[in-house]
Design a protein around this ligand. Structure first.
Ligand code: HEM
Length: 449
């Protein structure tokens, strides 16, 4: 299948069947969110939906998704969810409107430059080894919680690396409350419900205040010391816009919270899914173990090992294909537009779903099969087909950071442990805006080599 967008080509358009009066497709979407979204591609390239009062289009064809994400002057990141997210965690890179985005992205891009990765990876390796050091043979762990602890430790360390007090500050604790509280707030159906003084809301406000206090102190300490500590906070403090202006303390704080939120749950969910997929596919797990035994011989993985661990990298890519954590995303149309030969009115919402694209049999043969070897080909997937990190100007800034972290974690853990989910209950995705697994447990078995 070619996936080159031709402006003159016509793409099919339809309204999804089964809309109910008033509620539209909302009940079907809520009942089976993933199956519902994946099924839309059968109706057309651009499918119209009604979710209660919201009229939306879903771009199901990769060409249309490519155009949606690369023509960012027409299609903006915005809408209700982004507005709520901005209210909850500030005007950082992930939530800022188009008008602020170019400046922010330019200022932050150097922090994620490839040259910085080896430094971050060294910190990641230490944190991965540290968080798994207390694991014991036969222990049963709550997998998503353990992976979340691991990725929180990594992100906190890469943000505030060398600060001698970072370890003694309750950063992890605040992050946990803030991250989960923000996710809940984005989903809240009743306006103002986040201001009711419930114990949960009070805990959230306290954690948010503490996190702000901690970052404020770290910022003033870092500014006073004036040295680059090779971490993300140093990069944020050193970032200059085209007028030579630095970020204000509030802007730095918003970016810190953005990185914590965008970078922890996402990578933790990817790792959790990887353990379930490996357990369900023992032949691939055996090959992974063989790769790790040859290269690592039981020691933790380092950045320099990654080129010698191609199967590990393919397992990360394939996990993100089957379980793209950001499984449905949206854009709003700035002015009347045309997409695939169809008129879209200004203000309309257009959704796209990496999950839908990644499960299309015409793009990925046997799409439900976990097959890391499908990535053996050197040909890159056609534009718009494989988009776990999005595309275009708003593409994930942390992509290389996340894939490096995931590869190091899988390699370090699988070199020493077999992770076997407790049998009897299939692991399912939780309902929500991120495709995280529901809580599940697994037994750790120390590998004999
Ligand atoms: C497996 C892990 C991750 C996945 C699947 C993921 C996915 C994504 C996706 C799909 C987007 C684009 C959203 C859109 O177009 O509407 C995005 C944006 C973003 N991600 Fe990630 N992400 C991951 C890890 C990270 C990490 C580790 C960080 C930072 C440390 C990060 C920071 C961001 C930021 C700041 C944005 C907004 C970029 C912009 O608008 O310019 N992400 N991510």
């Amino acid at each position: 299948m070619t996936t080159q967008y031709h402006p003159t080509a016509r793409y099919t358009s339809a309204t999804a069947p089964g809309a109910l009066p008033l509620l539209g497709h909302a009940p079907a979407f809520v009942r089976r969110p993933f199956g519902f979204i994946a099924g839309l591609a059968a109706h057309g390239d651009l499918v119209r939906l009604r979710l209660g009062p919201l009229d939306a289009y879903v771009a199901c064809h990769p060409d249309l998704v490519h155009r949606l994400l690369t023509e960012d002057h027409t299609y903006h990141k915005g809408g209700v969810v982004i507005d709520k997210a901005r209210e909850a965690f500030g005007n950082g890179l992930a939530t800022c409107p188009a008008a602020d985005h170019r400046r922010q992205r330019r200022m932050l891009q150097p922090a994620f430059h490839r040259d910085r990765l080896p430094g971050y990876a060294a910190m990641m390796a230490e944190e991965i080894a540290g968080t798994t050091a207390h694991w014991r043979d036969g222990h049963v762990i709550d997998v998503p919680a353990a992976m979340y602890r691991l990725t929180t430790a990594v992100t906190a360390r890469c943000l505030f690396a060398a600060h001698e007090r970072a370890g003694s500050l309750p950063v992890h604790e605040c992050m946990d409350v803030v991250t989960r509280g923000v996710a809940r707030r984005i989903m809240l159906p009743i306006p103002g419900a986040d201001r009711i003084p419930t114990p949960g809301n009070r805990r959230f406000r306290r954690a948010e205040r503490n996190l702000r206090e901690i970052t404020k102190r770290l910022i003033s300490d870092y500014r006073a010391a004036g040295t680059d500590r090779d971490d993300l906070l140093s990069m944020l403090l050193g970032a200059l816009d085209e007028n030579g202006t630095v970020l204000s303390d509030t802007e730095v704080h918003d970016q810190v919270v953005t990185f914590l939120l965008a970078g922890t749950e996402t990578t933790a969910a990817t790792l959790s899914w990887a353990w379930t997929l490996l357990a369900a596919n023992p032949a691939i797990r055996d090959r992974l173990h063989a790769e790790l035994d040859t290269v690592l011989d039981g020691r933790p993985a380092r950045y320099e090992d990654l080129p010698a661990l191609p199967l590990t990298a393919r397992i990360v890519s394939e996990t993100l294909r089957l379980y793209p954590v950001s499984w449905v995303l949206s854009r709003t149309v700035a002015a009347d537009a045309e997409l695939g030969g169809h008129r879209i009115p200004a203000g309309a919402t257009i959704l796209f779903s990496p999950y839908l694209l990644h499960r299309r049999a015409d793009l990925f043969p046997c799409p439900d099969r976990f097959d890391p070897d499908r990535w053996l080909t050197t040909a890159r997937p056609a534009p718009g087909t494989y988009v776990p990190f999005g595309l275009g100007a708003r593409r994930c800034i942390g992509e290389a950071f996340a894939t490096t972290e995931a590869a190091l974690a899988i390699a370090t853990v699988a070199a020493r442990w077999t992770v076997t989910p407790t049998p009897g209950r299939p692991v399912r995705p939780a309902r929500g805006s991120s495709m995280s697994p529901r809580p599940f447990t697994a037994t750790l078995t120390r590998r004999a080599r």
